[in-house]
Design a protein. Structure first.
Length: 196
């Protein structure tokens, strides 16, 4: 019997179990790498600046309030409100998203005191991110307030944003399904067959 010059002893003695173990180990390693890499990708958006700045003291209100994040936002279901010390809504209309920034129109402000910009946005990884930033009005304005903030938020609802599932979950799932399909294709039908 002549051996192929590139083969080595035992090359054909390894059974399908060794190949399957190699495939499973490779898939496990790939899944672990994707999961570790997804930790960075799953980091949610973080505010890096706002206008007015967080904690700022201003003489008059801005024409538009905005919060800028460290990455682009998804434009679905943004929420940004400006609520005054009187508990009334001072922002006007609907917020808009432009890249990493969510903003909303603000009318002339009213009473002196702390104003809260409350936000809820969808980060690039699909998770909702919410929080607040504040500024203080030091001189009274002549603006007319909107409705009480609690009434405005209950009438507008949540917007239906579920936040979604992170992308890495789908990638890991696809890799596992591919590996299972490959293992079945290679070894799935061998149990019923007899060797000749």
């Amino acid at each position: 019997m002549t051996r192929h010059p590139l083969s080595h002893p035992g090359a054909h003695s390894r059974g399908p179990g060794a190949l399957l173990a190699g495939i499973v180990a490779t898939l496990a390693l790939l899944g672990a790498l994707l999961t570790v890499g997804a930790g960075t990708a799953a980091a949610h958006s973080t505010p890096v600046s706002s206008s007015p700045a967080d904690g700022a003291q201003v003489d008059s209100g801005p024409g538009r309030a905005s919060i800028t994040f460290n990455e682009n936002l998804q434009p679905s279901f943004p929420s940004l409100t400006v609520v005054g010390p009187d508990g009334n809504l001072w922002s006007k209309g609907q917020p808009s998203v432009d890249g990493p920034t969510v903003s909303i129109d603000v009318g002339e402000l009213g009473p002196v005191g702390k104003y809260t910009m409350a936000y809820r946005v969808t980060s690039a990884d699909g998770h909702p991110v919410s929080g607040t930033r504040t500024f203080t009005l030091t001189k009274p304005g002549t603006g007319t307030p909107g409705p009480k903030a609690s009434a405005a938020s209950s009438s507008s609802g949540d917007g239906g944003g579920s936040g979604g599932v992170p992308l890495w979950v789908f990638i890991v799932g696809a890799v596992v399904l591919f590996g299972a399909g490959l293992a079945f294709a290679l070894f799935g039908g061998r149990k019923g067959r007899k060797r000749s």
